[in-house]
Design a protein around this ligand. Structure first.
Ligand code: HEM
Length: 445
């Protein structure tokens, strides 16, 4: 979101978890702590303590918050807390099934299949995630202490996984591109939508208890004390095959300039974040760094994709005003991706065996028509934009036989042999309750 200003918000910002509205600091460091609840009483006590410890979205436009603690629960986690069945049954089907059960549909197949995920993902052992994000190590230590207090002396809780993350010194993803630029603006949050991105989206797309873009209230877990001001998260650990990606660029280009142009065509933006439709020939770091301009564009000037291909990652993931099948506004999500692992040294073309990538956090009220739809219909298929079975080159579940089309005059260019550059190492769907709902969860309902 851009150009925030402190105005009265009709949203209950102090009841919404901070991660929904607050952007990551830059630079950032952090960690995800995943817990299993073996004793329902301990789980409920944890929720009660967290109600006083997690950060809300109040005053989210103030940049100075040094650290952020937030919490989510899987469906199995809600069960482990012994939330009554009458309430569990009101959660959406895809959330109840969990991410692993949705693997085929969202393209987690082959090397990305749940059978090959890191334990404990997809096993039902992940119940709670604590997300700790800070501006520096010192602030992280403070928020870690807060998280430790939350689960200290509760023997019925086990830490089952931990994933540290941090912003690379380049401020970019492991592939070398700036990420997290295109994010939707929420109506009533106090943020102003950049003109190119259309009007702000109805709050119900991202916060339960408010009308969404259809004009209806999204299905909300019951009772209202539990569902209100909550939202859902698709959390994914994605390993990036940076060396293979670089080799693919090299093999399909005639020199460094062509290589960086091809990479920009694949992503839809240059490494600095400058959008291809505004900077079609060369990177423009000043544009990439300008938050007032780097997201202020549409695709109307580029109906044939000669500036930014229809198959570019960012154009697929948010086609904006492109002529496509479907209503773009029903498929937006808030992204809070974080990098993990060491960067591959510049210029290296051989894999060094290190685990590196992105932990993606996609936030929205509708896991099915937001995250799952974008992943299955827009990234892993091309029919919506006339590309047939062509998948996203960057993140699609390609198998070495994929194509990538670059529209250009006089004839388009078609690349072949696209392999899989991103592997899912694990993931879960979480419910991100409102802060009042944490108190409801703490009670013996
Ligand atoms: C490792 C995997 C991924 C990488 C490296 C990656 C990288 C990027 C980059 C560099 C951008 C352009 C900068 C920006 O607009 O923020 C972008 C945009 C975006 N990506 Fe990804 N992405 C990945 C996976 C995904 C997945 C799985 C989804 C959806 C299911 C997704 C959805 C989006 C969206 C919605 C945008 C914003 C487009 C816009 O608003 O213009 N990305 N991504």
């Amino acid at each position: 979101m851009t150009a925030p200003h402190a105005q009265a918000s009709p949203l209950q910002l102090d009841d919404i978890q901070g991660i929904v509205l607050r952007d990551r600091p830059s630079p950032y460091v952090g960690t995800y702590i995943l817990l299993r609840v073996d004793d329902p009483g301990a789980g409920r006590r944890l929720m009660g303590r967290l109600a006083d410890l997690v950060d809300s979205a109040a005053d989210w436009w103030q940049p100075e918050l040094p650290a952020l603690l937030n919490v989510g629960l899987t469906y199995r986690g809600l069960e482990a807390l012994q939330v009554p069945a009458a309430s569990l049954n009101t959660f959406p089907e895809e959330f109840r099934q969990g991410m692993a059960a949705r693997a085929e549909f969202i393209g987690d197949t082959g090397e990305s299949a749940p059978a090959r995920w890191e334990p404990p993902f997809g096993t039902g052992q992940v119940h709670v995630v604590l997300s700790l994000l800070a501006a520096d190590q010192e602030s992280l230590a403070v928020v870690l202490e807060r998280a430790r207090k939350a689960h200290a002396r509760l023997p019925g809780l086990q830490v089952v996984y931990r994933q540290d993350f941090y912003q690379l010194s380049t401020g970019r993803t492991t592939f070398g591109y700036k990420d997290g630029i295109g994010n939707p603006t929420i109506e009533g949050s106090g943020a102003q939508a950049p003109p190119g991105d259309g009007p702000a989206l109805k709050a119900g797309e991202f916060v339960l208890g408010h009308p969404d873009e259809t004009g209806n209230l999204p299905p909300m877990p019951e009772p209202a004390e539990l569902g209100r001001n909550g939202t859902f998260v698709a959390w994914r650990k994605l390993h990036t095959r940076v060396a293979a990606f670089r080799r693919y660029l090299r093999e399909n280009s005639g020199g460094p300039e062509q290589e960086s142009l091809l990479a920009a065509k694949i992503v839809g933006r240059w490494p600095s974040g400058a959008p291809l439709v505004l900077a079609p020939e060369h990177d423009d770091p000043a544009l990439g760094a300008d938050r007032g301009r780097n997201n202020d564009f549409r695709y109307e000037s580029d109906p044939h994709g000669t500036l930014c291909p229809h198959g570019a990652h960012a154009r697929r993931a948010n086609p904006r005003d492109s002529q496509i099948i479907g209503d773009v506004r029903l498929h937006r999500m808030i992204r809070r991706g974080t990098n993990y692992g060491p960067p591959l040294p510049a210029g290296a073309l051989d894999d060094d065996g290190a685990d590196r990538g992105i932990v993606f956090v996609f936030i929205g009220s509708h896991l099915d028509r937001q995250f799952e739809f974008v992943k299955s219909q827009w990234l892993n298929d091309g029919n919506f934009t006339g590309l047939g079975t062509e998948k996203d080159l960057l993140t699609g579940d390609n198998d070495g036989t994929g194509d990538f089309t670059v529209p250009q005059h006089p004839v388009r260019r078609r690349l072949h042999g696209v392999e899989r550059f991103v592997i899912t190492r694990g993931g879960e769907y979480f419910f991100l309750p409102g802060i009042g709902a944490l108190r409801w969860l703490a009670d013996d309902n």
